[in-house]
Design a protein around this ligand. Structure first.
Ligand SMILES: Nc1ncnc2c1ncn2[C@@H]1O[C@H](COP(=O)(O)OP(=O)(O)OP(=O)(O)O)[C@@H](O)[C@H]1O
Ligand SMILES: [Mg+2]
Length: 209
């Protein structure tokens, strides 16, 4: 049975997910909570091989193949790490998860969103995040933060990234209970204060102080 908390970090490349996740991990550890930091794709051994293909494969990868690779990684990740950690009462902080698939493969690449939602459900076996933080940032700012060394996904072009951003915003509107929008155009400390407040609200409600 699930006892911990499952928190996912979503948003564009360069929106500041990893920066915030690391800061929150330090904060929660200091408060005495047991945390697990993980990411998609590629948290487990099996997934590292998938991540290598997804981010660095230099030949043509079909949109469907890309979609199934992300989902295969997720299915393994849920069973192999997320579910057992939650059963042990830990707070799982996961860098990208199901919403990335809808935003990137759905809104970005144009794959069927209903189908992706169904495939996501199958991959996670009904284990949904308790909270998702969506770091929203302008495409221009995100691109500047990423810099010139782009991986295969990051190099997909400005139009693609605009569709992904709008997709994320739509997802937030459709799931406003779970997904909290954070303005990630702000400086790191302001974004961190917002992140911390939202997470502590949830912890106080669900786990007690
Ligand atoms: N609020 C911010 N203001 C200015 N710079 C930031 C902010 N947040 C993060 N950065 C910087 O932008 C860069 C990208 O941040 P980070 O790696 O956290 O983004 P990310 O969302 O994890 O990206 P990716 O999806 O590519 O992993 C880093 O150099 C980081 O220091
Ligand atoms: Mg990151």
């Amino acid at each position: 049975m699930k006892k911990g908390l499952f928190i996912t970090f979503e948003g564009a490349d360069g929106s500041g997910k990893t920066t915030q996740l690391n800061k929150i991990k330090t904060f929660l550890d200091e408060k005495g909570y047991e945390t697990v930091v993980t990411r998609e794709p590629g948290a487990l051994d099996f997934g590292k091989k998938i991540r290598e293909i997804l981010l660095h494969y230099d030949k043509n990868l079909s949109d469907k193949a890309e979609m199934f690779l992300f989902l295969a990684d997720r299915a393994q990740h849920i069973e192999g790490l997320i579910k057992p950690s939650l059963e042990q009462g830990k707070i799982v902080l996961c860098d990208r998860h199901t919403d990335s698939t809808i935003a990137y493969q759905g809104y970005g690449r144009g794959q069927d969103i209903n189908l992706l939602t169904l495939l996501n459900d199958i991959a996670v076996n009904n284990l949904k995040p308790d909270l998702t933080l969506l770091y929203d940032v302008s495409v221009e700012t995100a691109q500047k933060r990423v810099g010139d060394e782009k991986d295969r996904m990051e190099a997909s072009g400005i139009e693609f990234h605009k569709k992904v951003r709008n997709g994320y915003i739509q997802l937030q509107k459709d799931n406003s209970e779970r997904i909290k929008l954070i303005d990630a155009n702000n400086d790191i400390e302001t974004v961190y204060e917002n992140t911390k407040n939202i997470i502590m609200d949830l912890i106080n409600k669900r786990l007690g102080v």
